[in-house]
Design a protein around this ligand. Sequence first.
Ligand code: GLN
Length: 473
Amino acid sequence: MASNQLTIQKLRRGIAEKKFSVSELARDYLKRAKADPFHSFLLVDEDNVMSRARELEREPATDRLFGVPIAVKDNILVRGLPATAGSKILEPYIAAYDATVTKKIKAAGALILGKTNLDEFAMGSSTENSAFGATKNPHDSSRVPGGSSGGSAAAVAGDLAVVALGSDTGGSIRQPAALTGVIGFKPTYGRVSRHGLIAMASSLDQIGTFAKTVEDARTLYQVIEGPDRYDSTSVDIAPTESQEISLAGVRLGVPREYFSAGLDRRVGEAVKKAIAKFEKEGAHIIEISLAHSTYALAAYYVVMPAEVSANLARFDGLRYGYHAEKSENLLSLYKNTRDEGFGAEVKRRVMIGTYVLSHGYYDAYYVKAQKVRRLIRDDFAAAFRAVDVIMGPTTPSIAFKFGAKGADPVSMYLEDVYTVSINLAGLPALSLSCGLVAEEGKNLPVGLQIIGNWFDEGKLFAVAGACEKVLTG
Ligand code: GLN
């Protein structure tokens, strides 16, 4: 059965034309997900996938994700399955309920193949921080797939799943999408419910989608968006409509600051070449300035750990998961559980977060970072008065080798230089593959980041779809 590189649309056609049944499709994807040459999955849910596939066979093929094999990042709850968040501290934990997004994809007919690998509690840019071993990049197994949603990205890039869900706090969908050559989309803050997403930094976290095409990324997103009474930050506004446009007359803002020192020359060239093609199609290229973006990384690495330190306080050895044996009293139980359960990067961030929130440092760090956050947001608001979307590279480099950045956390943090300001501002953005760079005999993808206006996912997808056509046509 030819299910290689299936998209949602092709899959629908295949089922409608009886080229394959849902069970055949499920078996085929399960086989590949179990073989998993990239260590994308932490768990493959064979029994439930097969029984759900047989159930679906008795239903009309009308639902939006009917029979679609999907991978879910392991910090999103699926009732009855583990949700480790890539951490030893949650290894024994079984989700007691479905996240809102899980409920929605189940109701839309999706087949949840399993749970995918990630950096511990979504902290990282390579999946090397996972307590269960790193994921490999399908384009070159000596290189990282990016992170933190590296498992979901590799699953889609390696065609172990048709689409996948991830979470993005500072780039964790877009950066791995760029490094593995797939579409990675992060919605406007508030568009998708965070209920049932294991929190990293609550004012930055959003669940989003991975796919091989812009259309699939949008289709999956349209299923999961919408207000939710279990998430008070979710917003009740009109759902995203599917639009198609041409690039003629579209105003593309290109920030000067996104092509500065630190950007791999080959990445910059690939992105500029793509933008030149869009100009040829009639797009207006407008140079803009996002003056405060230079401070985005510094502000992010204060605000994010502050929220991390608060969110991770709940892992105390009593309420969830791992419990350190042989502790003499309550305090040593807390200490031992957290010492043995958390990895080095998580501990580092909890300590930084506790520090920047502590009396005497709060104003100097946390409050200052929040003020910078506001200025970053205002830069975007000003830019969007003159442009439809903003474009630049997703990451400063192509996929790097395992171990290349592990010893120096700051070099890893620099991976996020073009992505974090979008989370600080709460904007929607998408990464689209725009070219390949040859290195050591392998072709490695380059990501183009397209940033949309708040709650204007419709236009963002429309522009991204038009760009995809130009780049692949
Ligand atoms: N790489 C970034 C970090 O380590 C982003 C993580 C994310 O988006 N979850 O914080």
